[in-house]
Design a protein. Structure first.
Length: 99
C-alpha cells in the first residue's frame, strides 16, 4: 500500500516568476494609461476609458481571488475526505465476525 497520507506536493513558484508577473502587470497597465492619455479625443472619452480599465483590472483581481479560493477549498475537502477514508480502512477488520 502506498503512503497516501503524505500531503500532495504543492508546486512552488519562484521569486523570478512573481517578479515577471508584477512587471508584466505594471507594463501593461502603464501602456493603457499612456495610450489613453495621448488619445486624440475629448476628456469625457478618456475618463470613460480610464474607468473601464479600472473596472477590468479590479474584476480580474476579484476573479483570480475567487478561483484561488475555490481551488483551496476543494483541496482541503479532498484532504479531509482522504483522511476519513484512510481512517475507515485502517479500522476495518475483514476477519471480524458481524454481530
Amino acid at each position: 500500500m502506498s503512503n497516501s497520507s503524505a500531503p500532495n506536493p504543492v508546486p512552488a513558484t519562484t521569486a523570478a516568476f512573481h517578479l515577471q508577473a508584477i512587471l508584466s502587470f505594471g507594463v501593461s497597465l502603464a501602456a493603457v494609461v499612456v495610450g489613453t492619455f495621448y488619445l486624440p479625443v475629448d476628456g469625457w472619452v478618456k475618463a470613460f476609458l480610464a474607468i473601464a480599465v479600472l473596472y477590468a483590472v479590479t474584476s480580474a483581481f476579484t476573479l483570480a481571488k475567487c478561483v484561488r479560493d475555490k481551488q483551496e477549498s476543494l483541496t482541503v475537502v479532498n484532504r479531509v475526505d482522504q483522511a476519513r477514508l484512510e481512517k475507515l480502512l485502517a479500522e476495518h477488520d475483514p476477519f471480524r465476525a458481524v454481530a
